[in-house]
Design a protein around this ligand. Structure first.
Ligand SMILES: [Fe+2]
Length: 277
């Protein structure tokens, strides 16, 4: 982690509250970036740290080389990923943006977007979606995604885009469309009610991160460079995040124990604390 990272200011908070996202200064030093890039190689090759298993029991690498690769809770099997997604500095930044005193990990994601090469494939696209569209078992949409770039990232290599202010729209029905790769069709769907749709690219030099609200619409298009686009993502929640039953399944509910109860906090070893004031 870079030393001497300045504390966030009220101007940062205002930007986040207005736009639904905020771009950090450089968080990772070059050595840590290199280690995390190596962690990607090891994870996709099935080379684990520790004696456990990947979430869902195995690593799934799509047979289509242009398809996006995604693994949830890579921290279970990789020490470098664990270190960054539980980092207290990242936690403190998120605490400030969520205006909470304690931050825990909801889960992480390792995402590998291959080059589209000379094809016109959409297989690497991430459809416009709201993260909370998947997370309705959580009582609290005041959650944050920290998307960390492991190389210079812009629209050429399929970098993320956010829709300005879309977190203020609330939860839009059926917005769990990460794997729907027709970006134009999704945009039509989500603007059907005359919402003002202004896309903003998240241009991130290596080691910088975008912090976005769980209701902010985001997605990403083709990687037209010759190199894969690597990222590590931490999904974070504030202290007062409880289980809300009867709405939607999420795998995290199974991590609360055999008989989870309404109102139970997502607060055990499966959800490590990054920061506590
Ligand atoms: Fe997302």
């Amino acid at each position: 982690m870079e030393k001497n990272i300045a504390k966030l200011t009220t101007a940062d908070l205002q930007f986040y509250e207005e736009k639904g996202y905020w771009i950090s200064p450089k968080l990772l030093d070059d050595e840590q970036i290199a280690r995390l890039r190596h962690a990607h190689e090891r994870v996709w090759a099935g080379d684990y740290d520790g004696d456990g298993y990947a979430m869902y029991g195995h690593i799934s690498v799509p047979s289509d080389p242009h398809q996006i690769r995604k693994l949830d809770n890579a921290w279970w099997i990789n020490d470098e990923v664990r270190d960054v997604v539980t980092d207290p500095i990242i936690g403190e930044m998120a605490a400030y943006l969520m205006q909470t005193n304690e931050v825990r990990l909801w889960h992480d994601q390792l995402i590998y977007k291959p080059s589209a090469g000379s094809t016109n494939t959409q297989a690497g696209n991430v459809g416009w979606h709201q993260d909370y569209g998947y997370w309705q078992a959580s009582s609290n949409p005041n959650m944050i995604t920290v998307w960390i770039a492991l190389q210079d990232t812009d629209l050429k290599n399929g970098g993320m885009m956010s829709v300005n202010g879309s977190h203020k729209w609330g939860l839009i029905p059926d917005s769990d469309t990460f794997f729907d790769q027709d970006m134009n069709k999704l945009k039509e769907k989500y603007t059907a009610d005359s919402r003002e749709w202004v896309e903003e690219p998240c241009i991130l030099p290596a080691g910088h991160a975008s912090f976005h609200h769980s209701l902010t619409f985001h997605g990403s298009g083709q990687n037209v460079t010759n190199e894969p686009r690597l990222s590590v993502v931490a999904h974070l929640m504030p202290y007062d995040t409880f289980y809300r039953p009867g709405v939607q399944f999420h795998h995290n509910v199974t991590l609360l124990g055999a008989r989870p109860e309404a109102g139970q906090r997502f607060a055990n070893d499966n959800f490590p604390i990054l920061y506590s004031k």
